[in-house]
Design a protein around this ligand. Structure first.
Ligand code: F6P
Length: 320
């Protein structure tokens, strides 16, 4: 394997640059030529491809986002789009790819692999909704960003003796909400995996007030099926106390990656390059416990990503 490509796809996440840097530098150290593909699968189909060298990934380790840009491509999901992408890789004589992104990116990787391209997938999304790894690249940074927002909101919430609902990202996975609620001491956490009981939330709020709590923080994942504005209205109405809403949105996707995300990105990228160098079959690479793991792509896609019930129980006990 002498020529490899690297791309980032789907929603960006902090640590993608650390992964790109490690792919390029490990690849060159292993004697390979490394090509950067811009705007994910879009740029692959269009031939937006350039050779990378050691200096082209200098000064990016600490930066959020992705220097290769990213996109969500509908065309790539068609037969025509896939054929175009494979032709482009043949033109450039790129025989192996490292793709960095979430589960949509992995599905695209499976399609390419079915067409004979060797693909190494690195899990990178703030949502942590990928089953074959404990943590995705970017998740730790996003949780720390939410945590820092909680601290600031707590100051004003406490001064005004209010309840504040903070909406965090996570369409189908409540991990950002759960980890930030647990580490930020929120009174309640609402996640898509568990049905919402507004009466129970209000009962807990009133009980806390009667014990002398002066303010409360509620963390709600965006994927929970009640709109946040409606939740805030209902809390105000049912408790008779003012509640406010803060939606953190894209703030959570930016920022300098934490040490944990940079190290995870570097270790997974190193493994991807080693597998390409050894002419291995396509693999989804993750970390489970202390071990770097590499699964068959279809097996990886089928792996479930259940919420950690133990953490939900602990968050509940600690928030009383
Ligand atoms: O990357 C994951 C994610 O940030 C989700 O948490 C969020 O729902 C979604 O992406 C937003 O995507 P877009 O960038 O397309 O608005």
């Amino acid at each position: 394997m002498d020529r490899i490509g690297v791309l980032t796809s789907g929603g960006d996440s902090p640590g993608m640059n650390a992964a790109i840097r490690a792919v390029v530098r490990c690849g060159i150290a292993a004697g390979m030529e490394v090509f950067g593909i811009e705007r994910g699968y879009e740029g692959l189909m269009e031939g937006d491809i350039r050779q990378m060298d050691i200096t082209s990934v200098g000064d990016i380790l600490h930066r959020g986002g992705t220097i290769l840009k990213t996109a969500r491509s509908k065309k790539f999901m068609t037969e025509e789009g896939l054929d175009q992408a494979v032709r482009m890789l043949e033109n450039y004589k790129i025989r192996g790819l490292v793709i960095i992104g979430g589960d949509g990116t992995l599905r695209g990787g499976c399609d390419l692999s079915d067409r004979g391209i060797t693909v190494m997938c690195l899990p990178s999304t703030i949502d942590n909704d990928v089953g074959y790894t404990d943590y995705t690249i970017g998740f730790d940074t996003a949780v720390n960003t939410v945590l820092s927002a909680i601290s600031k909101i707590r100051d004003t919430s406490s001064s005004h003796e209010r309840t504040t609902v903070i909406e965090v990202m996570g369409r189908e996975c409540g991990d950002i909400a759960l980890y930030s609620a647990l580490s930020g001491g929120a009174e309640s956490v609402l996640i898509p995996e568990i049905p919402v009981d507004i009466n129970e939330i209000c009962r807990k709020l009133l009980q806390g007030r009667s014990r002398g709590k002066q303010h409360s923080i509620i963390i709600k994942a965006e994927g929970v099926d009640i709109p946040s504005t409606e939740l805030v209205e209902q809390i105000t109405e049912k408790t008779g106390q003012e509640a406010k809403l803060v939606i953190l949105a894209y703030l959570q996707r930016g920022g300098s990656p934490t040490a944990q995300d940079r190290i995870l990105a570097s270790l997974l990228a190193e493994k991807a390059v080693q597998l390409l160098r050894d002419d291995a079959d396509s693999r989804a690479i993750g970390k489970i416990g202390d071990e770097i793991v590499a699964f068959d792509l279809k097996e990886a896609l089928a792996m479930e990503n259940p919420i950690d019930k133990r953490l939900i129980e602990l968050a509940d006990i600690l928030s009383r």
